[in-house]
Design a protein around this ligand. Structure first.
Ligand code: CP
Length: 312
């Protein structure tokens, strides 16, 4: 099997089979990550460039480590110190990277659709590392991987996602991905931060966090994205925590063996209490490790497309 597209731009475009194939490959990559010698030759002779127009710790570093663990050449373009600051367009920057022989460009951009524009204009595979409020597919893949690793499947699970749904590219990718794999996705948050017509994509919207949490198998908190909010959409962070924060008392509404996820970075005492973040249900640290495995899988699958095309 191969991935149909040369690029990974969103989970909306992937089939259930492709998502399962990526998760299966990530399982193998995690074994490599857990071994004593993390160096493999899978990406020998390949080059991976990270091009981040927005801040990142987890995504950027995990792509760089994933590339290096698999013996690729990896380089980061610091946008502030690059010719972008002199007015170079995204397409011209992309073509410049392409002409240096890059095999994969990993891009994060504040504009939805920027990775799609880049992908149409370069030969390299493009991976969307977050585009505005649209998608963050590799985050959702690592979220799904984390759940499947613990529960065996997503089929039939109730996943409650709490917080700033409107601005979240993580939630959009998780909705596409998790519903394709058979989960029931529910959301709750301040009414000003819930987009309309979520029911049309199979998502249940609850008015209170308590209703959403009842019997949930997976609880995901989302970061309050102050950088994307033009005006106050809720009174204060203290008020937010009072009505929507996840603490031990609220978590008791979920199933006894519920898993707690958060894409990070977490605002402690805003989205989740410190006790929940550091508690035994929390998989936030494991998500970070799984992010490397999932990104290793994607780099491997996208760069091997050329060599296996025609075989399948
Ligand atoms: N979850 C996530 O995308 O984290 P970073 O912004 O640190 O990459």
């Amino acid at each position: 099997m191969t991935l149909k597209s040369k690029d990974l731009l969103g989970l909306k475009d992937l089939t259930e089979e492709e998502i399962e194939y990526i998760l299966r490959t990530a399982k193998t990559m995690k074994l490599i990550l857990e071994s004593k010698n993390k160096k493999t030759p899978h990406l020998q002779g390949k080059s991976v460039i990270t091009l981040f127009y927005e801040n990142s710790t987890r995504t950027r570093l995990s792509f760089e480590l994933a590339a290096k663990y698999m013996s690729a050449s990896a380089a980061n373009i610091s946008v502030a110190a690059s010719s972008v600051a002199k007015g170079e367009t995204l397409i011209d920057t992309g073509k410049t990277i392409d002409m240096m022989g890059a095999d994969v460009i990993v891009i994060r951009h504040s504009m939805a659709g920027a990775p799609h524009l880049l992908a149409r204009n370069v030969k390299a595979s493009v991976i969307n590392a977050g585009d505005g409020m649209n998608e963050h597919p590799t985050q959702a893949l690592l979220d799904m991987f984390t759940v499947v690793e613990k529960k065996g499947t997503l089929k039939g699970l109730k996943v409650a996602i709490i917080g700033d749904i409107y601005h979240s590219r993580v939630v959009r990718s998780n909705i596409w991905g998790m519903t394709k794999l058979g989960a029931e996705v529910c959301v709750a948050g301040p009414s000003t931060l819930i987009p309309r017509e979520l029911d049309k994509v199979g998502v249940k919207v609850f008015n209170t966090v308590q209703e959403a949490l009842i019997d949930a198998d997976v609880v995901m908190g989302l970061r309050i994205q102050k950088e994307r909010q033009k005006k106050g959409l809720f009174p204060s962070l203290r008020e937010y925590y009072r009505f929507f924060g996840l603490d031990d008392k609220r978590l008791k509404l979920a199933k006894e063996d519920a898993l707690v996820l958060h894409p990070g970075p977490v605002n402690r005492g805003v989205e989740l209490s410190s006790a929940v973040i550091d508690g035994d249900k929390s998989l936030i640290n494991e998500q970070v490790t799984n992010g490397v495995a999932v990104r290793m899988a994607l780099l491997y699958l996208l760069t091997r497309r050329d060599s296996v095309e025609g075989i399948n």
